[in-house]
Every structure is written in C-alpha cells, then in structure tokens.
Design a protein. Structure first.
Length: 333
C-alpha cells in the first residue's frame, strides 16, 4: 500500500509499504480521509523527541473497518481514532479519560498513523461514526472539534458568555468558532488578514482584524471576554490575557512557536483572577458528544483543499502557507 513515511527529522517519502497485520484487540481500517495538522509540521521539524523512525505520519482520520479482531467492531463500521492508542486499563482509562492514559502511544509518532491506504488501530482507540455525520466532519472531530469541545467544558462555558478565538481562520480556529456557537456563546474571531476575515464573518458574531485586539474586545463587551480560546500561542497570548474580564479564563490550544518562551506577569494574573487552562487531545466521550452536535447540523467542515497521497507535498505547502488558507487541509485516500 502507499503511505507517507517519515524516515528522519525533516525527511519523508511517499512509498509502498506492507499492508498492516492485525492481532487480538485490533482492527484494520481502510482510510477514507486523513487531515493535516500543524502538529505534523512540528513533527517533521523534529520537535517530538518520542518520534520513532521510520513511521507513517498522520493522526487524524476517518475510515471503514475491513477486518476486526475486536468484538466491538465489525467490517463495514465507519470509525475515527483517538489521537493516542490507550491501554484501556489504567486509572485514567477506567474513568473515561483516555486522553491522559499513562501508557498511551501517539499515532503518527510512536506508532504508525493514517497517511496511508490502510491502518492498524487498537479497538480501545476507536469511536463509531453515526450515519448523520459526514466524513469531512468526522475526520476533524477527535483532534479539532472534540478537543475544542473538551476545553470549553473544562473552562465551564455557559450559554450567553463571550468567547474570543485567536487564529480564527485556521483549521482549529474556524471550527472552534462553530463549537462555541453551538454551545450558546457569543463569539469574537480574531485574524490578521482582512481577506480571510470575510470567511470568519460567516461564522462569528464579530471579527477583529489585527495583532492588537484587546481594546476592541473590551469595547465590544464592556468589561472583557469571559473566555479566550488561544489557538495561536505566544504571538497572541499577551493580547488574549488583556482581553479577559476579571475572573476570565483562557484555554491554551495553539503553539505555533515552540521555541519561544512566554513571560507571565504573576501579579496581573493574580489580581485579575485569571484561570489558565492547558488542553490536550479529546476523550471518547467528547467525540461522542460532539457527534451529537454535528448530527444536528451545528458544525460544518471548512476545507482549504483536498489532495491525494501523491500530492502530499502540495498539501504540506498549503498548510505551511498561512497567507490565504482558511480551514483544514485534507488527504483523500
């Protein structure tokens, strides 16, 4: 089968590899769509020390079960994988917190991922996709939609609250707007591009264009935002914190500059009573709950481009070029 194989940091090949063989507890899926993520770029740049080589890249997918050695799944089931392969038995897995599995290994990093025609996946990592959820939504759910949903739940979002979303035109941001709206929030999207703002305006209640946005957030809200989804990282985090009302919360998702440190003024955070929430991955329950929202038509996929495996280099270039891209880049198998 054809796959995107990373052979060493910064180097990948599109080549023929053997179809995976499954054992007890595993299923073989035929990948329908896989999605590119900024994490894929960081992995190719060598930022993930647990990356093993060679490894098939990719951690976002939707596929069809073609063979199963797990009684929970049968051929024909449409499924999505979690971002990690959980053991299903640790203290976190037993509580439904698979994202924190103490023995979990990451797809596309420590075990083969999904930029391939077929993939071997643990039954512990799979969630069935309802019939009313299209592939283009399903493929974005574990890493983007359900991950954002989990962060908003952890932050205690209440209907009617105001949420600011940075990087609002990106693959995470444009979908985070929709998840927050589905949960009853008023959403302010932030982007640096007036061109891309036109798309953001289709989803957000308000759009702010520019690197300095905290004053405009305060003007729109009076006291500041209740919550910020920080989908960029250090370039916007200071403005995000300044945008919050007293007692506000910020959920950290994006990290476009891993080498760049951020200096937090503790007095500011303490006196403003700010809650800072890191957010990683999603649990099976988050995915199931998000599928319910998607089935109601409350979340739509925004796709910047669709490519084949042979066009992976072009897809990667589009992901890297943030000048005009809005939404996610997909690989159709």
């Amino acid at each position: 089968m054809k796959a995107v194989v990373v052979t060493k940091p910064g180097v990948y090949e599109i080549r023929e590899v053997d179809k995976p063989v499954i054992n007890e507890g595993y299923v073989l899926i035929k990948v329908k769509y896989a999605a590119l993520c900024y994490r894929d770029l960081l992995q190719l740049r060598g930022y993930y020390p647990r990356m093993r080589y060679p490894v098939i890249l990719g951690h976002e997918a939707v596929g069809i079960v073609v063979d199963s050695r797990d009684p929970r799944f049968k051929p024909g089931d449409r499924v999505v994988p979690l971002l990690i392969e959980p053991d299903g038995t640790c203290q976190f897995c037993s509580r439904g917190l698979e994202a924190y599995c103490t023995n979990g290994v990451s797809y596309g990093e420590e075990v083969d991922g999904f930029f391939a025609e077929y993939a071997r996946v643990s039954g512990n990592a799979l969630v069935k996709v309802p019939n009313d959820v299209p592939d283009e939504v399903a493929v974005l759910t574990p890493c983007v939609l359900a991950m954002v949903y989990k962060g908003l739940k952890r932050a205690g979002l209440e209907p009617g609250e105001t949420v600011v979303i940075t990087g609002a035109s990106g693959g995470v941001g444009i979908h985070a707007i929709q998840v927050a709206k589905a949960l009853g929030a008023r959403v302010i999207g932030v982007t640096r591009s007036e061109v891309k703002a036109g798309v953001v305006r289709k989803f957000a209640d308000h759009v702010i264009v520019g690197a300095r946005f905290s004053d405009e957030v305060k003007r729109l809200t009076g006291a500041g935002a209740d919550l910020v989804i920080e989908a960029v990282g250090t370039p916007t985090l200071n403005e995000s914190l300044k945008s919050l009302r007293i007692g506000g919360r910020v959920v950290l998702i994006g990290n476009v500059n891993p080498d760049e440190a951020f200096s937090l003024r503790l007095g500011y955070a303490i006196l403003k009573d700010i809650e800072i929430i890191g957010n990683v991955r999603s649990n099976r329950s988050d995915i199931t709950e998000l599928f319910r929202l998607a089935g109601l038509g409350l979340v739509k996929p925004v796709v910047a481009g669709v490519y084949s495996i042979d066009e992976f280099g072009e897809a990667l270039s589009q992901l890297s070029d943030n000048s005009s891209r809005v939404g996610k880049v997909l690989i159709k198998i």
